[in-house]
Ligand binder design. Structure first.
Ligand code: ATP
Ligand code: MG
Length: 412
């Protein structure tokens, strides 16, 4: 078993920025932010590593910054996993309870989860998460924790996430080459959901949409459990590209304009202000109206949201989202995104900012940090036994779904 430690570290290697959050477990078992580091990402494309050296230098920069602000060095990190290679499906498992007393034990739970994950996968894919949705004991469904109940037959419904073995290994290798051990790889939207959604959201039915720079990560929860997850290889960087092409300016200038003047819904542009844009060569400037900028942004944002909608519809959950949608990730800051999503989905939509850690500075309570904050929270909960003073340290079930099935990798 890993040595108990006081620090929990989340490392979000995004397509546009990489962020490290170091938290310390305080005497009450709560997590306090002690260090944050951020670096512009290099070597990443649409959520996956495409250049190892670039990714390593980015990770080192972000981790070193966090270490120096925390005044400590870190050994292992929870790292996020993303990319178009991620696939998910739901699965079931069933076993007979073995004890003569018919009392359901840990071994039964372990076995039933093993049967649920016994699906044949192509040799280049592996299981990333097995996430139990509910247990069924002798036909009684909706059971969250069957440990100690009496029964003869134990069933489980699970959400299984798979990914490309090589893509998953590449991010682990990048972290290892940065001198760190991977405590676990966690699907990015599970982390974002951990920091932005409430239990009520998950119970009522909610879609978590993390629109980053290169990917849009989706997770759907109903009746308290995750039912669907997917990664779309499209994000805010496409909007920036469209602006650069449309206004014939540089990517850097397009990004600045998007953040300062961008709007995703034309009906929100009341006063048609004009602003200056420098041309590609940078020698001249021209005047552009906010309405024209909006005409470039809106169709691309609509495309992203429509793809999310189709994905949710195909999975069969469009009518089950009582709590609506939560939009997070850096693109959630784009003016009009929430309103455009409300129009597209005809559902309540709210922006999601991360919470759940103590001593979070205002700059950290921003949608772009939902994944990084969530990695700390998810890792801490799913690996409770590792931390000194975790209130759920002995709670076997609080950590299933991750520890039981996490790959044993990442040793230097
Ligand atoms: N104020 C803002 N207005 C509009 N867009 C913004 C704003 N701030 C950030 N963004 C956009 O958010 C995107 C980056 O989001 P985020 O930091 O969540 O991405 P990431 O985690 O690096 O990427 P990914 O999750 O796709 O791998 C960029 O496209 C950026 O332009
Ligand atoms: Mg991200």
């Amino acid at each position: 078993m890993a040595r108990k430690t006081r620090y929990v570290v989340g490392l979000d290697v995004g397509t546009t920025k990489t962020c490290t959050i170091i938290c310390e477990v305080n005497d009450e078992g709560a997590l306090e932010v002690v260090g944050v580091g951020s670096a512009e990402s290099k070597g990443m494309r649409r959520g996956v590593v495409v250049n190892l050296d670039g990714a390593v230098s980015t990770i080192k920069k972000s981790v070193e910054e966090a270490e120096s602000s925390a005044g400590t060095s870190v050994e292992s990190v929870f790292v996020g996993l993303s990319g178009g290679h991620i696939q998910s499906f739901n699965s079931q498992g069933a076993v007979a309870v073995t004890a003569e007393s018919r009392e359901i034990g840990r071994a039964d739970i372990r076995r039933v989860l093993e049967t649920a994950k016994a699906v044949s996968l192509p040799s280049d894919r592996e299981i990333v998460h097995v996430l139990p949705q509910e247990f069924v004991v002798d036909g009684q469904d909706g059971i969250g924790d069957p440990l100690g109940l009496l029964g003869t037959r134990l069933e489980v419904n699970c959400h299984i996430v798979t990914g490309s073995t090589t893509a998953a290994q590449n991010i682990v290798t990048a972290v290892n080459r940065s001198g760190l051990i991977v405590a676990d790889t966690i699907l990015q939207q599970l982390a974002s959901a951990e920091s932005t959604l409430s239990e009520d959201d998950k119970e009522l039915g909610v879609g978590l949409v993390d629109v980053g720079g290169g990917t849009t990560n989706l997770a759907v929860y109903t009746y308290g459990g995750i039912r669907h997850s997917s990664v779309l290889p499209l994000g805010g960087d496409q909007i920036t590209n469209d602006i650069a092409v449309g206004l014939r300016t540089s990517i850097l200038e397009a990004e600045k304009i998007k953040r300062e003047h961008g709007c995703a819904l034309s009906t929100l542009v009341e006063e048609d202000i004009e602003f200056e844009v420098s041309t590609v060569a940078g020698r001249q400037t021209k005047s552009i109206s906010k309405r024209i900028l909006c005409e470039i942004i809106q169709p691309r944002m609509e495309e992203i949201l429509t793809l999310v909608q189709e994905d949710i519809r195909q999975a069969g959950f469009e009518r089950l989202l009582g709590a609506g949608l939560v939009i997070t990730g850096g693109t959630a800051l784009l003016e009009g995104v929430v309103e455009l999503a409300e129009q597209t989905f005809d559902l309540p939509v709210r922006p999601g900012s991360p919470r759940g850690l103590a001593k979070m500075e205002d700059a950290l309570i921003a949608p772009a940090y939902s994944t990084a904050v969530g990695l700390v929270l998810y890792g801490y909960r799913a690996h409770a036994h590792r931390w000194i003073g975790h209130p759920d340290g002995d709670n076997f079930l609080k950590r299933w779904g991750s520890r039981l099935f996490s790959r044993k990798r990442g040793k230097l």
